[in-house]
Design a protein around this ligand. Structure first.
Ligand code: FMN
Length: 215
């Protein structure tokens, strides 16, 4: 941390719990990205969704935080700010954009997925990951079911190790497990990043100044 500070670098740490956020604050992080249970990738092991996690973070933290996990549009942004965040971080949503340097099959898979299509894997290894369901994930979950607490990383190495280049660059979608958030259910188009951000800001303005203005 001192080396980063001396170089003038702002540090935003990713946390999936209030206690980890407080730790990040205590060691000098400038901000945190607070990831709820909905998030794509590794949500931690506490399983607290953002409607609880974000106001809890707001109550405890002194440093600013952005809300992460399940964020897709202007509604997400306004809601996250109402819950105490300074902004939002989007993972899955940004992958389904024209600018994202991933194979078209990945973008199409996100657009075609619903909020019911993610699975949590590797829980018994205390390395829980939210991924999009596919044949490899189903195979992996069968092994998890069969082996229970005896599961070792070596048992599932074919489904999780080294699969990202094949999926992200070659578009071989069934080769393994890849991170994806429940928010895929809210993603139905593949805009440019500019159009996505512009529409979020315009619609957020309309939610705040029209829909919510009479409250
Ligand atoms: C394909 C993919 C890969 C990711 N890889 C990482 C990673 O390497 N390290 C990390 O901290 N988070 C990773 N994440 C999680 C994101 O940084 C972010 O916390 C998460 O996507 C937010 O949830 P959302 O997908 O609902 O927007 C990944 C997410 C996705 C979808």
């Amino acid at each position: 941390m001192p080396a980063l500070k001396e170089a003038g670098i702002k540090v935003i740490h990713k946390c999936t719990s209030v206690r980890h956020s407080l730790k990040a604050q205590s060691i000098g992080c400038d901000a945190v990205s607070v990831d709820g249970f909905e998030c794509g990738g590794h949500p931690g092991e506490d399983d607290i969704p953002n409607f609880i996690l974000l106001p809890r973070a707001a109550d405890e933290l002194e440093i600013p935080f952005v809300a992460s996990g399940g964020m897709a549009d202007a509604r997400s942004l306004v809601a996250a700010m109402a819950l105490g965040a300074e902004g939002i971080n989007m993972g899955t949503r940004f992958i389904a954009t024209q600018d994202a340097p991933v194979h078209q099959n990945v973008k199409d898979a996100i657009v075609n997925a619903s909020e019911l299509d993610t699975r949590l894997i590797m829980r018994s290894l205390t390395n829980t990951e939210r991924v999009l369901n596919n044949h490899a994930v189903e195979r992996l979950m069968e092994k998890e079911k069969a082996l229970g607490d005896k599961l070792r990383f070596e048992d599932i190495v074919d489904e999780v190790a080294g699969v990202y280049p094949k999926i992200m660059h070659e578009g071989t979608m069934e080769v393994g497990a890849w991170s994806c958030g429940m928010v895929a259910g809210l993603v139905s188009d593949i805009p440019t990043v500019k159009d996505l951000i512009d529409s979020i800001m315009t619609e957020a303005d309309s939610i705040i100044n029209q829909r919510l203005s009479n409250f």
